[in-house]
Design a protein around this ligand. Structure first.
Ligand SMILES: C[S@@+](CC[C@H](N)C(=O)[O-])C[C@H]1O[C@@H](n2cnc3c(N)ncnc32)[C@H](O)[C@@H]1O
Ligand code: SF4
Ligand code: SF4
Length: 358
């Protein structure tokens, strides 16, 4: 539930906020142990890619007050959260303070000790394990080695959950990016999840990254980004297949390619007609890549952590300007020029094109 003070500020269409961000997305590290990287991980496969470091201790100190005041913190690392040396401190401190915390992992580092630690903190925790395959052979094409290790870790995690938290759902979901080369394993993946005792799964799509002829040849398989992307209708066909199979009753299956509009809807407040509430509720802080962004669609930074504090950004010119235009029912100029695949921005471009044609 939205905190009362923030709800009031939204209702009053305030543009300068006393409330801090309610959701903080934050990057704790850029490091990943996958060498070579997963083939679909575009950033890490760049020719001149240099492995980034972790958030510094000074930066972490600066961001703690915001994380502790948020209702939800998500790690948005483009790497492995569990390689960040202070990851357990982050989980323990946030969850002890009732802040919900989420992260995503490839699952290789989820050994017995880490699994126990996560389960001990599971009341305010949810995480996602990316697997993208149902067999060793398909896993190898996209991620290389590690399928058996991941399955072993997952099996033990579910067993430990039953032991330590009897009657409670495992605090994680399995995710599967549906691509041309693994589409045939989508249903077997659901069976694998069910067999392991996992109750939540997420089907994703390859991000629209406009990477042109991006191709990598790791793991003896040529991965071509655009050829691996499926059409919306193919995803919908998978959804229909899952729903009509009658096989997976009781599992929670999310189809995330419906996401663009739903991300904005998730921020909406009953009775408030502001078209997008991201700038009132959310901030993404990427200290490793030196970027602040105000929503999940804008890729270009609105400011840099090396140059501006959260306070300066949260009530700075760009955020206040965005709130002012949104409160007046307009799609902000900044979003229209920097908002990439935001559905409201795409929609707002349409009438203008019609005017030009006329
Ligand atoms: C960037 S990863 C970082 C966390 C962790 N290293 C992992 O692989 O789960 C976060 C999520 O993005 C997904 N991902 C990576 N590249 C993607 C792409 N090009 N399109 C869609 N999802 C992608 C991963 O499968 C994972 O579920
Ligand atoms: S494990 Fe995650 S961060 Fe690492 S290469 Fe794979 S997708 Fe990228
Ligand atoms: S680009 Fe602007 S309008 Fe679109 S989601 Fe982001 S903040 Fe909202």
């Amino acid at each position: 539930m939205t905190p009362p003070r923030l709800r009031r500020e939204i209702e009053e269409r305030r543009t300068y906020l006393e409330s801090p961000p309610d959701t903080v997305n934050i990057e704790f590290t850029g490091k990943c142990h996958m060498h070579p990287p997963c083939t679909y991980c575009v950033g890490k496969n760049g020719k001149d890619y240099q492995e980034p470091g972790h958030i510094s201790d000074e930066q972490l100190e600066q961001y703690w007050p915001y994380m502790l005041q948020a209702q939800r913190v998500n790690d948005c690392t483009y790497g492995e959260f569990q390689l960040y040396p202070r990851h357990e401190e982050v989980v323990a401190r946030l969850t002890a303070n009732g802040v919900r915390f989420g992260f995503t992992t490839i699952g290789h580092l989820l050994n017995e000790r880490r699994a126990r630690f996560l389960l001990e903190n599971a009341e305010s925790l949810d995480f996602v394990v990316s697997i993208n395959a149902a067999t060793e052979e398909t896993y190898r094409k996209y991620q290389g080695s590690g399928f058996d290790l991941t399955v072993r870790n997952l099996r033990r995690l579910v067993e430990l959950n039953a032991e330590l938290r009897p009657g409670k759902r495992p605090p994680f979901a399995l995710s599967f990016i549906v691509m041309r080369g693994n589409r045939h394993e989508a249903i077997p993946f659901l069976r694998l999840a069910r067999g392991l005792g996992v109750e939540r799964v997420i089907f994703r799509h390859l991000f629209d990254m406009r990477v042109g002829d991006y191709a990598v040849r790791s793991f003896g398989h040529e991965f071509r980004y655009e050829s691996e992307r499926l059409d919306y209708k193919d995803y919908m066909a998978l959804r229909a297949e899952v729903e009509s199979s009658g096989e997976f009753g009781g599992m929670l299956i999310h189809f995330e390619w419906k996401a663009p509009e739903s991300f904005i809807q998730e921020q909406a407040e009953p009775g408030v007609d502001i078209p997008c509430l991201f700038p009132w509720k959310y901030l993404c802080i990427r200290p490793v890549h030196d970027s602040y962004t105000p929503c999940c669609f804008m890729k270009k930074p609105i400011a840099k952590p090396s140059e501006a504090s959260v306070a300066e950004v949260w009530n700075g010119e760009v955020m206040v300007g965005m709130r002012t235009e949104l409160a007046a029912g307009k799609i902000p100029h900044h979003c229209r020029t920097h908002g990439d695949a935001c559905p409201l921005v795409l929609e707002s471009h349409r009438p203008q094109m019609l005017v030009q044609i006329k």
